[in-house]
Design a binder for this molecule. Structure first.
Ligand SMILES: C[S@@+](CC[C@H](N)C(=O)[O-])C[C@H]1O[C@@H](n2cnc3c(N)ncnc32)[C@H](O)[C@@H]1O
Length: 329
């Protein structure tokens, strides 16, 4: 491309821009330069131009990410209301049922000594209450899986009801906690109104609603059974914002694509060949279910305020949103 100008500055700027478009374009800022000072000045200008270009690229990328995020929310609202999403919902439920019957050990599950040492403190931090607060409180563990948190609530002396769509999960937690007098469990679907009154001091829902295909509806259903004066805790997958978070999500997407044609058993074997045994559960949980929606804090905050909750806040600095909010008396 040629430029009808004799102005050196304009020519250099245009060449730099052109260079960003076509890496093959050669820039020779030293051509016609008479002194080192002049050369330094020219390079400084070139670097400034490149930095401006980079800022512009970042702004455009952020704009696109915002657009994708808004589109994802709109798409979710559209598909959530359609029966067409049942295939993905069915696959997601089956994946968890397989997981809870075949991969019941791993990092951050019961049996992991580090997790067991930390779990009571984690509950206290996430719920933003001292350990003594849990004693005698009526708690719903909504989407309990195989019951690691139900177990921890029982340890803290709570009166626990656990629910999950997975029969294998419910079977497992019932057997594990059969000697606990203040524990019960039953199957339930978070996409349907729950069979309880607003009776719980704490509704705990860790890593569940974003797997339902209609996060908003599931949040509404769990929120409805918090008693006035009670607290709701939600852990919901968040959108990535930091470099390593993008890297994490990209890894999951690649693994999902590499394994999407496989049976659950084949996926488990695929992961076991690539990762240490204690990580297989975590990777399977992250990549096998088809529904893994990501959300923004502001989105959830709006839902909760609309449902009458106050003081909606994050209790952990993490991509995954650890949210508590209170229902006024
Ligand atoms: C990632 S696991 C989390 C389990 C548990 N909360 C924990 O932290 O160990 C997600 C759980 O959500 C349950 N789940 C998914 N969709 C559900 C639905 N519509 N109703 C009830 N449970 C559901 C799955 O069966 C699974 O046990």
């Amino acid at each position: 491309m040629s430029y009808a100008t004799t102005d050196n500055q304009t020519e250099l700027t245009l060449r730099v821009q052109d260079d960003a478009i076509s890496p093959k374009t050669k820039i020779k800022p030293w051509s016609g330069v008479k002194s080192l000072k002049e050369l330094t000045r020219k390079w400084r200008r070139k670097i400034n131009d490149i930095l401006k270009q980079r800022d512009f690229t970042e702004e455009r990328l952020q704009y696109l990410l915002n657009e994708v995020s808004d589109l994802r929310i709109q798409l979710r609202e559209l598909t959530a209301a359609q029966a067409g999403s049942e295939g993905e919902q069915g696959q997601t439920k089956e994946s968890f049922s397989y997981q809870w019957s075949q991969i019941t050990e791993g990092m951050a599950l019961l049996g992991d000594k580090d997790f067991e040492k930390q779990m009571l403190e984690l509950l206290s931090t996430y719920v933003d209450q001292p350990r003594e607060w849990f004693q005698g409180k009526r708690v719903l563990d909504a989407g309990c899986g195989i019951g690691r948190w139900s177990y921890a609530f029982c340890k803290l002396g709570s009166n626990v009801m656990a629910i999950d769509q997975s029969a294998s999960g419910i079977g497992h937690v019932k057997e594990m906690l059969k000697d606990q007098p203040n524990f019960d469990a039953r199957p339930a679907d978070l996409l349907k109104p729950l069979p309880f009154e607003p009776e719980f001091d704490l509704v705990w829902c860790y890593g569940v609603t974003h797997h339902t295909g209609n996060t908003k509806l599931a949040v509404e259903h769990v929120a409805k059974v918090v008693k006035p004066g009670g607290r709701l805790f939600l852990m919901i997958y968040g959108e990535p914002t930091k470099p390593y978070e993008f890297n994490e999500i990209n890894t999951y997407v690649e693994l999902r694509r590499a394994t999407e044609h496989m049976t659950f058993e084949e996926k488990r074997e695929y992961l076991a060949e690539r990762y240490p045994l204690e990580l297989v559960h975590g990777y399977f949980d992250a990549i096998s279910p088809k529904i893994n929606d990501l959300h923004r804090f502001g989105e959830i905050e709006t839902w909760l305020i609309d449902l009458g909750f106050k003081d909606v806040r994050l209790t952990l600095d993490n991509r995954n949103l650890h949210i508590v909010s209170d229902l006024p008396k």
